[in-house]
Every structure is written in structure tokens, then in C-alpha cells.
Design a protein around this ligand. Structure first.
Ligand SMILES: Cc1cc2nc3c(=O)[nH]c(=O)nc-3n(C[C@H](O)[C@H](O)[C@H](O)COP(=O)(O)O)c2cc1C
Length: 333
């Protein structure tokens, strides 16, 4: 077993965590990453083909995915708990119940405070990794008893708070602020990013978008193609009511930004978001008309690969990238 703190904590071979992705990271992707030595994470709506407002059905769908992962791999894996606010809490409460009943080894908790579920998950013997986007929140998560914190930099795909701290700044700030292991993500897609993250003080790596563009992900093929085509400035940070969301630039984001500029009402914006949701992009393939959460790393992705290839590329190239870096550092003096 590796001496790396994340590998020791989670019982995995390489400290690479596939970040949870709504409608994208289902059992096939999760099992493939875990089989390749990382940690796969089931995201919300894993394995689902339609939207349901039903809490029980949401929980049972997740239970089905957990069982499917176990039929594909014996290795550790995680489930994402999106804490949420108000009404949404009933969904996260249900997922927590299922995760405990199924004795899932690891929970990746996001979009909410660490006080809500850390205690109950830890009491059930589940390892808790909590996602944060400021050093202060990292400290708070540590105080609440989490096993590790996950930094999400501004480059990352998906939803986060209103802070715009990039991975380059957030990672060392958090690494200095906490004693628990630090996982970092947002902009990492290959061995260079992994090496940079380790240099910044991270113990583990969190990758979402790179794993979305794999054969095993549940993302629609048109979405994967759109990301492969994406160039350096292909994403935008979209201001929503409660948070920012990084998305692939398409007709949907252009129209949304236009509505923002003309000061459309919150109701009109909400309606527009609901009618052009991630479900429509990821499941129905409406890659121009609907929302595709996606990180800046899209500009570096040139191919749909298997999840195992993504893992192997990182592992294979890390040594040679490290040698190059050592040479550069030696030349520095
Ligand atoms: C399509 C997509 C969906 C996402 N959905 C979720 C989610 O449901 N829960 C969550 O905690 N994070 C979600 N995220 C954020 C990721 O877990 C992670 O923070 C991010 O992908 C890391 O940055 P990267 O995309 O640059 O690798 C999502 C990201 C993407 C790209």
C-alpha cells in the first residue's frame, strides 16, 4: 500500500478521485475508475434516464447503482451527498440513509455545511470527504470531524459558491490551514496537472470533466464531442441565484447571459434553467440548447478515452514529467 495519506485513508492504489457528476458518473464509470486503482464516485441521478421528484425513488435508484458498482468491482468507491438547501434536504437525507444501509465505504459531501451529515456518517463507519472552496470552510470541515477536505478551484466544472479562488491559490491556502489530507481539483486532466497539485500541497487529486469524456461515462455522445471540440476559452462562469456554475459555452449559456444583461426577473431565469437543464444535455443530447457543466480543462481534452486509459496516462507520464521538473528546478539555480 502506498504511503500517500489519501491512499492510506481510502485503501486505494493511486490518490486519484473521480469527482461526482450529476447525470454522468454512474456505476460503469465508478467501477472502471476504482478497478484502475483510483476512487470512483457515484453522482446524483446516476443510472437514471428521467427526472423524478420522488424522494423514495431517488433513494432506490441510488441503491441500485451501489449494488451495480459492487457487482463490477470489489474495490472501494464513494457516493456523493449533495447537502442542498430547504426542500432539497429531503433528497440528501434519503441518500444518507441509503449510503448507511448499504455500508458504502466513502461519502463525498458537497454543496452544504459539514455539520449536517458528518457525525451520522462517521458514526456509521463511513469515511467523509467534504468539498470546500475557501480555507475558512476547510478549517470548519476539519473541526466538524471530516477525514479529508476537497478543494474545488474556480476552474472546475459544475456548481460552487460565489468565491472565485483558483486551484493554484486555494490548494496551498487549504493545505496550510488544515491537518487532515487535502484533495484538490478544478483544471486537472493529465500528469502535468497532477504534478502541479502535488507541488501545491495536495495529497490527492479530484478530476471531473476529464472523466466525463470517457467511454464509460453516462454523458451523451454529442456532449462528449462538444467538449472534445472545445478550445481554450470554451467555458463560462454563469451567475445563478445561489451559486456560480461553470458551463460549456453554447446557445444555452449565450441566451442565459443575454437574459442576465437585460435584467430578466429571477422567475424568468429559473424557468429558463429548468427548461434547458443538465438532464436535457446529458441524457437527451441537446448539446447546444441545454446546460453542460464543464471545467476549463475541456480545452486540454482532445479525445474520448476509457477511464482506465485516463488513469494509466496519468500514472505512466507522472514519472517522466517529474524528471523534467527536477531538471527545470536544477536549471533554476
Ligand atoms: C457535468 C458535471 C456535473 C457535476 N455535478 C456535480 C454534482 O452533482 N455534485 C458535486 O459535488 N459536484 C459536481 N460537479 C463538480 C465536480 O464534482 C468537480 O468539482 C469538478 O468536476 C472538478 O473540476 P474539473 O471538472 O476541472 O475536473 C460536477 C461537474 C461536472 C463537470
Amino acid at each position: 500500500m502506498s504511503q500517500n495519506r489519501i491512499c492510506q485513508l481510502l485503501g486505494i492504489r493511486y490518490p486519484i478521485i473521480q469527482a461526482p457528476m450529476n447525470w454522468v458518473s454512474g456505476a460503469d464509470l465508478v467501477a472502471a475508475v476504482s478497478e484502475a486503482g483510483g476512487l470512483g464516485t457515484l453522482g446524483p441521478n446516476s443510472g437514471a434516464k428521467d427526472i423524478t421528484p420522488d424522494v423514495e425513488l431517488t433513494g432506490e435508484r441510488m441503491r441500485g447503482q451501489i449494488k451495480k458498482v459492487r457487482s463490477l468491482t470489489q474495490k472501494p468507491f464513494a457516493v456523493n451527498i449533495v447537502v442542498g438547501f430547504g426542500e432539497d434536504l429531503k433528497y440528501s437525507k434519503k441518500i444518507v440513509e441509503v449510503v448507511i444501509e448499504e455500508a458504502v465505504p466513502v461519502a463525498v459531501v458537497s454543496v452544504g455545511g459539514p455539520d449536517t451529515y458528518t457525525g451520522v456518517l462517521k458514526d456509521a463507519g463511513i469515511k467523509v470527504l467534504h468539498a470546500i472552496s475557501t480555507a475558512r470552510h476547510g478549517k470548519k470541515a476539519e473541526e466538524a470531524g471530516v477525514d479529508a477536505v476537497i478543494c474545488e478551484g474556480f476552474e472546475a466544472g459544475g456548481h460552487k459558491g460565489f468565491t472565485e479562488l483558483t486551484t493554484l491559490i486555494l490548494t496551498p491556502l487549504v493545505a496550510d490551514a488544515v491537518s487532515v489530507p487535502v484533495v484538490t481539483g478544478g483544471g486537472i486532466g493529465d500528469a502535468r496537472g497532477v504534478l502541479a497539485a502535488l507541488a501545491l500541497g495536495a495529497d490527492g487529486i479530484y478530476m471531473g470533466t476529464r472523466f466525463m469524456v470517457t467511454r464509460e461515462s453516462e454523458s451523451h455522445s454529442r456532449v462528449k464531442e462538444a467538449i472534445v471540440k472545445g478550445q481554450d476559452v470554451c467555458t463560462v462562469s454563469l451567475p445563478k441565484e445561489f451559486m456560480l456554475a461553470r458551463d460549456l459555452v453554447n446557445d444555452f449559456t449565450k441566451e442565459y447571459m443575454k437574459m442576465k444583461k437585460t435584467e430578466a426577473s429571477p422567475e424568468a431565469l429559473k424557468k429558463y434553467l429548468n427548461e434547458h437543464s443538465q438532464y436535457q444535455a446529458q441524457q437527451l443530447g441537446q448539446a447546444d440548447e441545454a446546460e453542460i457543466c464543464c471545467g476549463q480543462v475541456a480545452g486540454l481534452i482532445t479525445e474520448v478515452k476509457s477511464a482506465g486509459e485516463v488513469m494509466n496516462d496519468v500514472v505512466k507520464n507522472l514519472g517522466s514529467r517529474f524528471e523534467e521538473l527536477k531538471q527545470k528546478v536544477a536549471e533554476f539555480f
